[in-house]
Design a protein around this ligand. Structure first.
Ligand SMILES: O=CC(=O)O
Length: 427
């Protein structure tokens, strides 16, 4: 459940021209800026690589060429033979054929610097992992989440998987702040009521209807909205993302009291710095929180953590935010809990069956949702898995993935490994 590490990144001095660091007591924030103007580096596309020992270790680069960090890439590509399969070769059936025929030689690392591309072969399960040459030592990827790869199996084969959560943490935490505020202030209600005519273009609203929606929201949303200050923010998961959310919403800034649950209790210094209270059990955290935020990796078995039973542990009217993974939530149980008032408002950036969004939750995002039920309209904010998506995140994904591979292949320690506990030498 824990986000795997809190490694300061980058380890040395900030990149010149980087964004100023926050003055708040946040944990180390990645300072990741492009090391030159944005550019797309043309790479050789998947030449057949000889199986005899290459002079430099081979890196299998899946997805688009790198765009943002040409200086680091110059270092990377002079140290390694970078081979990049074409889009067609990345489709699962062709990828499997290529792995079987060792088309890319005995590569030492797998490099996926982007979210949007490089996932064409689908889940990295036993079917793919068993075909990897024994030479592979490290798989470094974009993305905080890693539910698309069986990191246990990779670890058992001696392959270190490195995620890039550190590069996405700030963006995800910023988005979580908006979502937490939305649950206190009913932002979907406020926004939908202001834009009503454009939402119903097939049967345009009369100015009178639109102005009624505006006036109702103006008069009534105020009566149910609250300031977050003084409420308890319950974080499920207290890795880089959870800690940055705590730094942004905690006593120094928004004034929330911070509580957390994690499988690994954080050091006393971290708890003190972030004014965070540890709860040893999930139930304990749920019972103590006014707003619960999920910021933990997907369960290894894909099962939800927020089930009907967990929802029953929450205080009546608790607010709920998910910026982690949709599979962690039983969405129908959440819709039931919203209908029953156990959950007062919710904000979900991630969904169990993306790109589909639960219809009952969509209905509760709209203005009609409140009519007759006594519940507020627009009490569910729904977004399209956007939380981590900023240019700065992408810059960081590229940079961190390259740095992880350079560290491991040069004999050092990975910066952001997530599966060391599965490696044979460590068990
Ligand atoms: O969901 C986003 C990520 O895994 O980085």
């Amino acid at each position: 459940m824990a986000e795997p590490n809190n490694t300061p990144w980058p380890p040395s001095t900030p990149v010149p021209g980087s964004t100023p660091r926050s003055q708040s007591p946040a944990p180390p924030v990645p300072s990741l800026t492009p090391n030159a103007t944005m550019t797309t580096i043309p790479l050789r596309s998947s030449p057949m690589v000889s199986n005899t020992s290459p002079s430099r270790p081979i890196v299998l680069h899946i997805g688009d060429p790198i765009k943002y960090n040409p200086k680091t890439y110059a270092e990377f590509s002079s140290a390694f033979e970078v081979v990049r399969p074409s889009t067609a070769e990345r489709e699962r059936s062709e990828f499997i054929v290529a792995l079987k025929e060792r088309r890319w030689g005995n590569f030492s690392a797998i490099f996926r610097p982007f979210w949007g591309t490089g996932g064409e072969m689908g889940r990295w399960d036993a079917e793919l992992i068993d075909l990897l040459p024994d030479s592979v030592k490290v798989f470094a990827s974009a993305g905080a989440g890693f539910d698309w790869a069986d990191t246990k199996l990779l670890g058992e084969k001696g392959i270190i998987y490195c995620n890039s959560g550190l590069a996405a943490a700030e963006a995800v935490a910023d988005f979580a702040v908006v979502m937490v505020i939305s649950t206190f202030r009913y932002l979907p209600w406020c926004m939908n009521a202001a834009t009503l005519p454009s939402l119903t273009s097939s049967t345009p609203d009369t100015p009178a209807t639109a102005s009624k929606a505006f006036q109702t929201c103006h008069a009534q949303a105020t009566a149910v909205s609250h300031n977050p200050r003084g409420h308890v923010l319950g974080l499920i998961g207290f890795g880089n993302i959870g800690q940055q959310i705590a730094a942004k919403l905690g006593p120094g800034v928004f004034g929330m009291a911070i509580a957390y649950h994690d499988v690994i209790r954080k050091p006393a210094a971290t708890e003190q710095q972030l004014h965070a209270t540890f709860h040893a059990t999930l139930d304990g955290l749920l019972q103590a929180s006014d707003c619960v935020v999920l910021c933990t990796p997907a369960s290894a078995d894909g099962k939800p953590l927020i089930t009907a039973a967990a929802l029953r542990r929450m205080r009546p009217g608790t607010r709920f935010v998910n910026i982690a993974r949709g599979s962690l939530v039983d969405e129908d149980a959440l819709a039931d809990a919203l209908e029953q008032g156990i959950v007062g408002a919710a904000a979900l950036d991630v969904h169990a069956d993306e790109p589909r969004v639960n219809r009952r939750l969509i209905a509760m995002a709209g203005l009609d949702a409140g009519s007759g039920s006594g519940a507020q309209p627009g009490r569910v904010m729904l977004t399209c898995h956007n939380a981590g998506g900023t240019v700065e995140t992408h810059i960081g994904f590229e940079e961190l993935s390259m740095r992880n591979i350079m560290a491991v292949l040069k004999g050092g320690d990975a910066i952001t490994p997530v599966n060391l506990h599965f490696l044979p030498s460590r068990t």
